[in-house]
Ligand binder design. Structure first.
Ligand code: IMP
Ligand code: MG
Length: 187
């Protein structure tokens, strides 16, 4: 049985209205920076999905979307080990395109640094990162972030795309977890 999030909620860190307001600001920056261009927005599955769909609603530059999935850590572990595998690659060429990568959170930086290195070999016209959250204190590899929603402290968060053992991504806010009260679902 998967418990309702209230069983282990510590606090709501970023309420829905605050997320949405900030996302509109990020979209406005992107609209200014890419005026007159076309965009390819690459969402990193699965965490970036909520952010992607809300963000692109406010972008008025012509754009296409693509998805990529990477697995950054072994089952059960909560820290990236710097072992990053592409589990779903793009369906399109990015050569000569203006690319923005949309991600839920940058933690150690290993995931995005590998993704960026790989995608740069395909020679896009430009490639930048747009992350909802930046857990900057945990950075082990430097990644250049052009658009960042919120810098957060070193706490495990869930909701709004971010999961706890694959659940709770659908919540419209970002919350912190009380790890003493959380039990991973069995089976
Ligand atoms: P990095 O390679 O350490 O930067 O790991 C980034 C990935 O770890 C993100 O795409 C998330 O999937 C996951 N992650 C890191 N911190 C959290 C968190 O607090 N909650 C949920 N997922 C997280
Ligand atoms: Mg992720």
């Amino acid at each position: 049985m998967v418990k309702p999030y209230q069983a282990f909620l510590d606090k709501i860190l970023i309420p829905e209205a605050e997320l949405q307001a900030r996302i509109r600001e990020l979209a406005a920056e992107i609209n200014r920076d890419y005026a007159g261009e076309e965009l390819l927005v690459i969402c990193i599955l699965r965490g970036g999905v909520m952010f992607l769909t809300d963000l692109i609603r406010h972008i008025n530059i012509p754009l296409a979307i693509e998805f990529m999935a990477v697995s950054s850590y072994g089952a059960g572990a909560r820290a990236s080990q710097g072992d990053v595998r592409i589990t779903l690659d793009l369906n399109t060429t990015i050569f000569g395109k203006h690319v923005i990568i949309v991600e839920d959170i940058i933690d150690s930086g290993h995931t995005l640094s590998s993704v960026i290195d790989l995608l740069k070999t395909r020679e896009p016209a430009s490639i930048y990162i747009c992350t909802l959250l930046d857990k900057y204190e945990r950075r082990e590899v430097d990644v250049p972030i052009r658009y960042c929603g919120f810098k957060i402290q070193n706490e495990f968060v869930f909701g709004y795309g971010l999961d706890m053992d694959e659940y709770y991504r659908n919540l419209p806010f970002v919350a912190t977890v009380d790890l003493d009260k959380y039990e991973p679902p069995s089976g």
